[in-house]
Design a protein around this ligand. Sequence first.
Ligand SMILES: C[S@@+](CC[C@H](N)C(=O)[O-])C[C@H]1O[C@@H](n2cnc3c(N)ncnc32)[C@H](O)[C@@H]1O
Length: 289
Amino acid sequence: MVVDANLGLGGHAQALLAAHPSLHLVGIDRDPTAIERSTARLAPYAGRTTIVRAVSDELTDVLDRIGRPRVNGVLFDLGVSSPQLDEAERGFAYSYDAPLDMRMDPDQELTAELVVNTYSAAELTRILRDYGEERFAARVASLIVKERSKQPITSTKQLADLVRSAIPAATRRTGGNPAKRTFQALRIEVNEELTALERALPAALDALALGGRVVVLAYHSLEDRLTKQVLVARTRDTSPPGLPVPLEAHQPRFRLLTRGAELPDEDELARNPRAASARLRAAERIREG
Ligand SMILES: C[S@@+](CC[C@H](N)C(=O)[O-])C[C@H]1O[C@@H](n2cnc3c(N)ncnc32)[C@H](O)[C@@H]1O
């Protein structure tokens, strides 16, 4: 049994089910539209799939509920899906004008509009700096606070224009769309993406049966760094230094399957330009415990 912790449109799930005729797949997504579409796509495999609307950090509970706490694989394909980006009204994209929403789960309360209009300048600065790696975080945050004192910031275009005006002209000419980093930061905050990964990845490793594998596809450096930290920590021998023999209890339970992060090759990029930022890391359980 394997878990697809970011089911999306079910593309990976379908490929796995087609390639392994006896495989049972548990698919998780927090977005009801993704659940609806992947359910339709995976209908031919309905007898071998369990589709659950949940946040990936609920993995342990989901597996307990279906009575299969140990699995042979967990796949994470992090971040937003193409439909989430391409459907203007979801408010993820700076290239369309739409309400500032960015929720993967439309039933949750926190939206990008709420973040932008209610967080303090200090909180906005921290988010833009930590989640967007925005050099001009403080400038963008103070302009947001100034603008919202005149009128609420409610649309993606309004925010994208504001960010553009906060970034110095010389920088604007070089680094792509200046709103990209701010939009990434808001999306991560609204959906608590890094917090979810921080909890879900250890839960996935814990759920692996002997020989089972976790594979993570990350799309920006923050996700990839966090993935690397968790996998490196779990694949390290923790014996105190200087012992004549390694202690069994301190031997790693997992081994890395990738050296560094694997990147897409030219063929894949030609077929799928959105794979450009993908970074793949994987680990395998080699000991119980
Ligand atoms: C990149 S897409 C996955 C695409 C999918 N692998 C496919 O082949 O169609 C990421 C999906 O993960 C979902 N997602 C992101 N973070 C999540 C989380 N913490 N818990 C559950 N679902 C999440 C999003 O709603 C989105 O549908």
